[in-house]
Design a binder for this molecule. Structure first.
Ligand code: OAD
Length: 248
């Protein structure tokens, strides 16, 4: 692993245009469970029953009660961890451009990263499904479930449910970032959900070095990614930044 940390630091040192794709694994060290795997959210609840747009439209109260309230409680109390702050340190060193994140917790921005594409939206805001009024999640009156807007419409989080399209501007910009970077850090994603999982493929086909950081191999490992640094995002990223500081 030490050799791979040094290799990643060398690759970053030589790179002119670095980007990152992050997933739920990057927030695990903040205490937020991932979706898949041991202890994952989808082990407790069926995503098709709670995280699909059809399920929400059929029974918004059920989805609010089980999924949205639970997400709010978890995100409210958690904070960014060294994985997020390492990416901020890289940005300050001129070695991190755009972060494409599948996460909706807003932790990259909270940590201080300034260029973040929230591929699956953000949980910080709710939107009325009738009049489009936006309200910060913290200000939503949850005494009534599902919470309602003044117009009587139901609030929904500004995140993507299964069955919904990625906002076209986020998709287009992410594809552009992937095709222009020379190093892509892929951190804490199972790479099982499309179209996000295709971002590293675009980077690879455009000639980038794709570096994965994950405690486990993924479908990208050994085919799309140039190498996998097996470990926790916070620990690995911190070591890479320390090595890069030594090099530069
Ligand atoms: P997953 O839950 O599918 O995968 C989490 C990944 O993080 C796994 O590959 C783990 O091995 C890895 N992991 C766990 N702990 C880690 C740590 N400390 N450091 C680094 N990696 C760690 O999460 P995503 O790939 O983000 O979509 O899932 C993609 C999408 O599926 C989510 O955005 C969400 C979900 O359904 C929507 O909600 C639309």
């Amino acid at each position: 692993m030490d050799e791979l940390i040094k290799r990643a630091a060398r690759d970053l040192a030589a790179a002119k245009n670095v980007a990152a794709l992050t997933g739920a694994g990057i927030s695990v060290e903040s205490g937020i469970p991932p979706f898949r795997g041991k202890g994952g959210l989808w082990e407790k609840i069926d995503p098709m029953e709670y995280a699909h747009i059809d399920a929400f439209m059929r029974d918004p109260a059920k989805v609010w009660q089980v999924l949205i309230k639970e997400m709010k409680d978890i995100i409210d109390t958690a904070r960014p961890n060294p994985a997020h702050t390492s990416l901020v340190r890289l940005e300050k060193m001129g070695k991190m451009g755009t972060i494409i994140t599948q996460n909706v917790d807003g932790f990259h921005q909270m940590a201080g990263s300034t260029d973040v594409i929230e591929f699956h939206g953000n949980f910080a805001w709710q939107r009325c499904i009738d009049c489009d009024r936006r309200l910060e999640t913290g200000k939503v009156d949850m005494s009534e479930i599902p919470p309602r807007c003044e117009c009587g419409g139901i609030y929904r989080p500004e995140c993507i449910f299964f069955g919904e399209l990625i906002p076209p501007e986020h998709l287009a910009r992410s594809q552009m970032v992937a095709s222009q970077c020379d190093v892509l850090l892929v951190m804490g994603t199972s790479a099982l959900v499309q179209p996000a999982a295709y971002i590293p493929v675009i980077a690879k086909e455009a000639g980038a070095t794709v570096i994965e950081i994950n405690p486990e191999p993924t479908p990208l490992t050994g085919s799309v990614s140039d190498y996998l640094i097996m470990g926790k995002a916070g620990e690995v990223a911190d070591q890479i930044v320390a090595e890069l500081e030594r090099l530069l």
